[in-house]
Ligand binder design. Structure first.
Ligand code: GRF
Length: 194
């Protein structure tokens, strides 16, 4: 997690209300001032800032992350606004065990500023995607998606706000599906049922 942490909050809320049968064991951020760290601590969840500057390379940084996650016996890693590329160390330690949320209907508009990309392109429908993380940027198997109409006169802010509502809805739901552990990967598809 990098900043605001509203998706983290939606997951915390889903766990609290028992909509999601899971336990959040650790929140990690690469920024000391991430609001999400405060949210996590407020909810009684262990939260750590891992400082990229204290690590010589991305591999070293990823290894520190792997160590922190393994120490807590983490089964599933959920990226929520984590604005760094996930390196091979982390991917190899958690194969098909890392989720990410992205504010577009992938494979359209991967990368940064997806909502702006959608507006500039002029699509009439965008949305949100939860996917498993692979080495391909925003390209892993899709677990959940929700469409959001683009309205005439939308700004990046107004479209982002409507997409965010869907993000908060589908991320806990996607986590629930993955934790059920009754799925397989077929090609690039996430397929429920064994
Ligand atoms: C969300 O729009 C998410 O899709 C993207 O980064 C943003 C994070 O927001 N990856 P928040 O920190 O969860 O509020």
């Amino acid at each position: 997690m990098y900043g605001r942490g509203s998706n983290l909050q939606s997951i915390i809320d889903a766990v609290k209300s028992h909509a999601l049968d899971a336990s959040i064991e650790l929140v990690v951020s690469n920024r000391a001032d991430a609001a999400g760290l405060t949210r996590a601590r407020g909810a009684g969840i262990a939260a750590v800032f891992l400082n990229p500057r204290e690590h010589a390379s991305r591999d070293d940084y990823d290894q520190a992350m792997v160590d922190a996650l393994r120490a807590r016996e983490i089964w599933l890693v959920c990226l929520a606004g984590f604005m760094r590329l996930v390196g091979p160390r982390l991917l190899e330690a958690f194969p098909n065990r890392i989720l990410n949320i992205h504010p577009s209907l992938l494979p359209s508009f991967p990368g940064l500023e997806a909502q702006r990309q959608a507006l500039v392109h002029g699509v009439r429908v965008s949305g949100a995607t939860v996917h498993l993380v692979t080495a391909e940027l925003d390209g892993g198997p899709i677990v959940a998606q929700s469409a959001v109409s683009v309205i005439d006169g939308d700004s990046v802010e107004s479209l982002s706000a409507r997409i965010l509502v869907e993000e908060h809805r589908i991320y806990p739901e996607a986590i629930r599906r993955v934790l059920e552990n009754n799925w397989r990967i077929d090609g690039r598809r996430f397929v429920s049922g064994s």
